[in-house]
Design a protein around this ligand. Structure first.
Ligand code: DGL
Length: 273
């Protein structure tokens, strides 16, 4: 394996760009290949078997780009398919659940942690299992917020409807006095401001992207795989569909312009396994 090989990222859509942003900030010289399954998003209401199947297809696609490490930049996939991905791949695989849980525990003072995510992430209890494994005394309040994903994909970041929906979902968590809230879906950091507004300033919002980026750094250092070039790394983006507003929204999520977008045909993904 070569140090200059890219890091692979995978999400059901555009949300994983929030993790790319965190990794790029910490490791600007790394080359990056991203796959967003925009034709089949959202994954959050799909069965575990379907998500596992899609995840293996995406991993297989990224392996053909010679990635040196896979970041599963999707909480839903991290919740249900991490074990299978680790079994299938010989390269390291980093998910979102462990780094996000560790950070939430270090941020919480009263030991009451809230988790919001897709129906799949919440029903699989991925975060509450991990949080309790790390600290059996923690109290966890979980809530699925499925409408946040289409709102983020639409770019409705400051929309009245988004605030109304956020209030509907989050009031319950606020009443249970959580003091840290895991944004357990990589789409949710995009709605950070509206979520913070509804929860109030005293609640710390935890985005797995930053601690996941730290974990990526540790893995690369530990395996001697960190790219030591002094050039800014390249970024290639692959999506299974290019919705009209994709570029505009993607630029906003990533905080920089995306030019290198390629469309992948679904047959290319499905024929390979
Ligand atoms: N971004 C994804 C996550 O982190 C899922 C969104 C979806 O496909 O439902 O869970």
């Amino acid at each position: 394996m070569n140090k200059s090989n890219p890091i692979g990222f995978f999400d059901s859509g555009i949300g994983g760009l929030t993790v790319v942003k965190a990794v790029t900030k910490l490791l600007p010289n790394e080359n990056i290949v991203y796959f967003g399954d925009t034709a089949r998003v959202p994954y959050g209401g799909k069965s575990n078997n379907t998500v596992i199947e899609y995840a293996l297809q995406a991993a297989n696609f990224l392996l053909r780009k010679n990635i040196k490490l896979l970041v599963v930049a999707c909480n839903t996939v991290s919740s249900v398919a991490l074990k299978e991905l680790k079994r299938f791949l010989t390269i390291p695989v980093i998910g979102m659940i462990e780094p996000g849980s560790k950070m939430a525990l270090s941020e919480s003072k009263n030991g009451i942690v809230g988790v919001i995510g897709t129906v799949s992430t919440i029903n699989n209890k991925a975060y509450s299992k991990e949080l309790k494994r790390l600290n059996p005394k923690v109290k966890v309040i979980e809530k699925a917020c499925p409408l946040f994903v289409p709102l983020a994909e639409e770019g409705w970041l400051n929309h009245k409807a988004t605030e109304l929906i956020a209030k509907e979902y989050l009031t319950e968590l606020k009443e249970k006095e959580i003091d840290s809230l895991i944004l357990g879906c990589t789409h949710y950091p995009i709605l950070h401001d509206v979520i913070q507004k509804v929860m109030g300033k005293s609640v710390k919002l935890v985005d797995s992207g930053t601690p996941a980026a730290k974990l990526v750094e540790e893995y690369l250092n530990g395996r001697g795989l960190r790219n030591d070039s002094n050039k800014i790394g390249y970024k290639e983006f692959y999506v299974s569909d290019i919705p009209a507003k994709f570029k505009e929204i993607a630029n906003r999520f990533l905080g920089s312009k995306i030019n290198n977008i390629h469309k992948v045909e679904l047959e290319e993904l499905t024929n390979e396994l």
